[in-house]
Design a binder for this molecule. Structure first.
Ligand code: NAD
Ligand code: UDX
Length: 458
């Protein structure tokens, strides 16, 4: 069997590497139109930072795992084609800021139709609006060579970044949606047989196409909703003297609620939650359900409020002005153990502080400098070629806090817990403030050292 995947991103790369790792007899080719991304997948420094990914890729690359820019060849040779391209929120025209932009998906369908010389199973791996498979089938049927059959399956990906390898190795479930026709069911069985090599059969769920497509959006909406719910309660905790981590622990002990995804924070980030919620809101509106749309919109609004509340707290604590002050940000990635910054709370908080004319000192163990300047929309150099005066990046966390007025913890990297905070305190301006946006530090100890500490929900 030969598999091709269009899109070598955070999902396509790790997912296909795991299939190749588990199925030595299947040849897996991951194709992307981005040449530098493919070059990186073929190099020693992979474009995606994920614990355990290097080993999985190195074990299979060149044997049954290949990365290539030749999408036409990949398509021609494959029996199963995964589509794992981006489906970002539309930024132009009608429904900008709400609907998913499906241009990359449609281009893949056209490319498959143009290049296929035999029948194919086409798998939606990207997260897409419910009923996208219908459009895919129409484009494939209208543009392909006569006599070819295309069976479209939905197989959404549930991995979380930072734990992608664990999640792929031992997923809670794999979901496969297909048509109830004979061809559709055969295609479902073919894909089931791939995953069944390492995943127990009772964890491979099969449904109709629309249930599978919609389940992905709903899973992300429910996860994001839990974070917005606990974040809303964090504000109430601050007003009443309750401690949000204690409340989360207490309610999480109820087996009906469960302990996961109740960590209050500066707000969720990542490429999925916001985009998929906005898409769900858009779909509800489109299908004439404004009350349902409003309900889910509130999850997004609460997240924005939580981020703004945190920034406001920094400014207010620093005597209502951060103008010209050095503010240190520990963490720029949207969560620990990834170099991904998409929709990271740090971007929004950083931009707001820059608007207030603060000087940012940023330390993140994995995010590339170029990415941080791009996200903050600040040139890395001034017009005269000297380094940026408003944003400085530091490899050394101690240098980043030297003469700083305030330190904001924005990503929960483990390394931040192990630093010498007495040394940091000694080097900071006084009073020295810490704003722990992830509640990961020992606040009693920090107060003992002399810090003024603001935490979430306490
Ligand atoms: P990404 O931006 O990292 O990767 C997408 C890749 O597709 C890019 O490298 C791009 O160059 C490539 N591409 C675009 N058009 C192409 C074409 N015609 N042919 C070949 N390659 C093409 O995106 P991602 O994070 O991997 O997400 C992909 C999809 O998976 C999205 O729909 C996303 O919602 C979904 N998803 C993401 C995650 C996650 O944690 N990142 C988890 C689950 C699902
Ligand atoms: C999410 C989904 O979890 C995953 O199933 C889906 O496939 C893609 O989207 P991801 O965005 O990679 O995964 O990471 P996730 O662990 O869900 O974290 C998302 C954001 O929520 C991060 O910013 C994280 O810090 C934040 N978060 C998570 C909290 O603030 N509190 C929590 O309790 C959990």
């Amino acid at each position: 069997m030969k598999i091709c995947c269009l899109g070598a991103g955070y999902v396509g790369g790790p997912t296909m590497a795991m299939i190749a790792h588990k199925c030595a007899d299947i040849t897996v080719t991951v194709c992307d139109i981005n040449e530098s991304r493919i070059a990186a997948w073929n190099s020693d420094k992979l474009p995606v930072y994920e614990p355990g990914l290097d080993e999985v890729v190195q074990g299979a690359r060149g044997k049954n795992l290949f990365f290539s820019t030749d999408t036409a060849k990949g398509i021609k040779e494959a029996d199963i084609i995964f589509v794992s391209v981006g489906t970002p929120t539309k930024t132009y025209g009608a429904n900008a800021g709400k609907a998913a932009d499906l241009k990359f998906i449609e281009l893949c369908a056209r490319s498959i139709a143009e290049n296929a010389e035999s029948s194919k199973i086409v798998v939606e791996k990207s997260t897409i609006p419910v009923r996208t498979a219908e459009s895919l089938k129409t484009v494939l049927a209208a543009n392909s060579k006569p006599g070819l059959e295309f069976n479209v399956l939905s197989n959404p990906e549930f991995l979380a970044e930072g734990t992608a390898i664990e999640d792929l190795n031992d997923p809670d479930r794999v979901l496969i949606g297909g048509e109830e026709t004979e061809g559709g069911q055969k295609a479902v069985e073919a894909l089931v047989s791939v995953y069944a090599r390492w995943i127990p059969r009772d964890r491979i769920l099969t449904t109709n196409l629309w249930s599978s497509e919609l389940s992905k959006l709903v899973a992300n909406a429910f996860l994001a909703q839990r974070i917005s719910s606990i974040n809303s309660i964090s504000a109430l905790c601050e007003a009443t003297g309750a401690n949000v981590d204690e409340v989360a622990f207490a309610i999480g002990k109820d087996s009906r609620i469960g302990p996961k995804f109740l960590k209050s924070s500066v707000g969720y980030g990542g490429s999925c939650f916001q985009k998929d919620l906005l898409n769900l809101v858009y779909l509800c509106g489109h299908f004439g359900l404004p009350e349902v749309a409003d309900y889910w919109q509130q999850v997004v609004s609460m997240n924005e409020w939580q981020r703004n509340r945190f920034t406001a707290k920094i400014i207010e604590s620093l005597f209502n002005t951060v103008n010209g002050k050095k503010i240190t940000m520990f963490g720029f990635a949207f969560k620990k153990d990834t170099n991904d910054t998409r929709e990271s709370a740090a971007i929004y908080i950083g931009r707001s502080l820059l608007e207030e004319e603060a000087k940012l000192a940023i330390h993140d163990p994995e995010v590339e400098a170029e990415q941080i300047f791009k996200d903050l929309e600040v040139p890395a150099t001034e017009e005269d070629g000297s380094p940026s005066k408003s944003v400085t990046l530091y490899k050394d966390p101690y240098a980043a806090t030297e003469k700083s007025h305030g330190l904001a913890i924005l990503t929960e990297w483990d390394s931040f817990k192990e630093l010498d905070y007495q040394r940091i305190y000694d080097n900071m301006m006084k009073p020295a403030f810490i704003f722990d946006g992830r509640n990961i530090l020992d606040h009693a100890k920090l107060r003992e050292i002399g810090f003024k500490v603001y935490s979430i929900g306490r």
